[in-house]
Design a protein around this ligand. Sequence first.
Ligand SMILES: NC(=O)c1ccc[n+]([C@@H]2O[C@H](COP(=O)([O-])OP(=O)(O)OC[C@H]3O[C@@H](n4cnc5c(N)ncnc54)[C@H](OP(=O)(O)O)[C@@H]3O)[C@@H](O)[C@H]2O)c1
Length: 304
Amino acid sequence: MTRIPLNHGAGQIPALGFGTLIPDAAVTITATRDALEAGFRHFDCAERYGNEREVGRALQAGLAAGGIARQDVFVTTKLWNTNHRPERVEPAFDASLERLGLKYLDLYLIHTPFAFQPGDDQDPRDQNGNVLYDHGVTLLDTWRAMESLVDHGKCPAIGLSDVSLNELKPIYESARIKPAVVQVESHPYLPETELLGFCKEKGIVFLAFAPLGHGMKPGLLQDPVILAIAARAGKTPAQVLLAWAVQRGTALLTTPRSAARARENFDISPLPEDAFEEINRIQTRQRLNPVVRTGVPGFIPRSI
Ligand SMILES: NC(=O)c1ccc[n+]([C@@H]2O[C@H](COP(=O)([O-])OP(=O)(O)OC[C@H]3O[C@@H](n4cnc5c(N)ncnc54)[C@H](OP(=O)(O)O)[C@@H]3O)[C@@H](O)[C@H]2O)c1
């Protein structure tokens, strides 16, 4: 299994990650168990997904049943937009830890660079349905509170999600503790080459979400280049897309919801160099998730 070292000696992150953005609680539990059984050792959670308790229960049961030690899995969760005020960061971290039922986290990310009005409502809106942003806190203020978590030994690694290169650079330059990971949408239709180059140069792990294009149809899983490579290599289109992501030096998150798909998505092997280059030459450009523009996630029902 490919593992990528984190900066500051904070260990290694398994390149193949399982994402837990699954609205249904029962499916969250079965899919998390299936992923663990298939071999996934990297789990991506978030306060905003509303299912940290279910993920935690599934992980604990799965670790016990499989004789797997806690230190053999890598668990991330994310600070939601309503908790950007520095005094809210540590309580939000502690609350996630409690819901997950874990003694520690391996990585904590700022979910998006957008601060929403602080409070218990995760989706604060005015009477016209417009998001209520919090202009009284900067991303750097929040980053300083994230650094304190590392200072106090609460978390070994911190990072950002849904940031552009323009947002990442000033944080990187001002940070006392540099971001270890940046999680963004990325796939052959959105290769984010410049951001990936910056991350590689600075030793930041680039963690791609939507490597299968969120499974949208028509989309990457039906792309003729991907289908042809899959047929030649005796792999499925999903395996080709995931292998491409690992081969370009990124970690990734995928969300198979059945045991068969978990095994399929974990069974990745390197692509021939010409196939890898052929995917790099795909010209289609498409961003699927609007979260980077507003801080509002594209695939979470408003009711969660
Ligand atoms: N930071 C952020 O703002 C952000 C945003 C979005 C996601 N994420 C993270 O990224 C994770 C990954 O989510 P994603 O949507 O990007 O995952 P993805 O793996 O790109 O897409 C998931 C979709 O692909 C389908 N799928 C999975 N394996 C497949 C296979 N082998 N063959 C065909 N279809 C397959 C699934 O269908 P079925 O459901 O039918 O299996 C589902 O519809 C999330 O769970 C979350 O942790 C982060």
